[in-house]
Design a protein around this ligand. Structure first.
Ligand SMILES: [Ca+2]
Length: 254
């Protein structure tokens, strides 16, 4: 009987301690799960931080910057408003669909002549005047456009911009003229090229207003008779770094 009593006491002891042990086991599991959760959160935080650091490092190494801001003033598609002028009047500057850089339309400045200055302009506000009419380029760094020449004419092709005003074409509304060849050494090879001209090279006239741009001019001087065409597409402004190479802009962005 003494042995039975002893065993019975052991059973009671075991029976009484089972809930406590289960509670301990549960607490232990909760603790382990919380610890695991803490480790997981820490790991995720570490991984996230590592990826972010690696991403920033790769971004810095790649030399990439924020997306380029662009203002397209004429591309013949989404931006297809405008009108032009030419000199002499036997020349033309018109939208056409045979030779294009983007979409289905580009401008063609077509000329034939000798011993005279050949010029053309394209006004993307159709010569509407006013101090509130024009493209604000104050946050932009460059004039850019695509160009293709057709014909054996060579010579000096210069470009400049006009800002608007109550009266168009006053002296202070013209930027200085720059040589396209300087920014596009392969200008006369018959292929399409993007021309990127820093606005700082153009905006040097006192009184010029960069907030109301409305027109671009092309002027050609040669020492021989000329007969050819200059095709222009995707005229716009952008804020890309002037130190960056003039990479081809994706056509879809125009
Ligand atoms: Ca186009």
């Amino acid at each position: 009987m003494a042995g039975e009593a002893f065993l019975s006491s052991i059973h009671r002891e075991l029976g009484a301690s089972r809930p406590k042990r289960q509670a301990d086991r549960t607490a232990c599991l909760v603790h382990l799960r919380l610890s695991a959760a803490r480790i997981t959160v820490m790991q995720l935080s570490f991984i996230t931080l590592s990826l972010l650091t690696l991403g920033l490092h790769a971004w810095a190494e790649s030399g990439q910057s924020a997306p380029i801001k662009r203002i397209i003033v004429w591309d013949g598609e989404a931006a297809n408003f405008g009108a032009g002028w030419v000199n002499p009047t036997t020349s033309t500057i018109l939208p056409q669909t045979a030779v294009v850089h983007s979409g289905t339309t580009a401008l063609e400045f077509k000329f034939k002549g000798s011993s005279e200055w050949i010029g053309a302009g394209w006004n993307w506000f159709k010569f509407k005047t006013g101090t509130s009419v024009g493209t604000d380029t104050s946050a932009m760094r460059n004039l850019s456009f695509w160009i293709k020449t057709d014909g054996e004419f060579g010579g000096n092709l210069r470009v400049n911009l006009l800002c608007n005003g109550d009266k168009l074409d006053t002296p202070e509304e013209h930027t200085v003229k720059v040589e396209v060849l300087k920014y596009c050494p392969k200008l006369f090879d018959g292929e399409w090229h993007e021309v990127v001209i820093p606005l700082a090279d153009l905006y040097q006239i006192k009184g010029f207003n960069p907030r109301i741009l409305s027109e671009i001019h092309f002027g050609l001087t040669t020492a021989k008779a000329v007969d050819g065409s200059i095709f222009v597409d995707d005229i716009g402004f952008d804020d890309r770094s002037i130190d960056a190479p003039a990479k081809a802009a994706p056509r879809a962005s125009f």
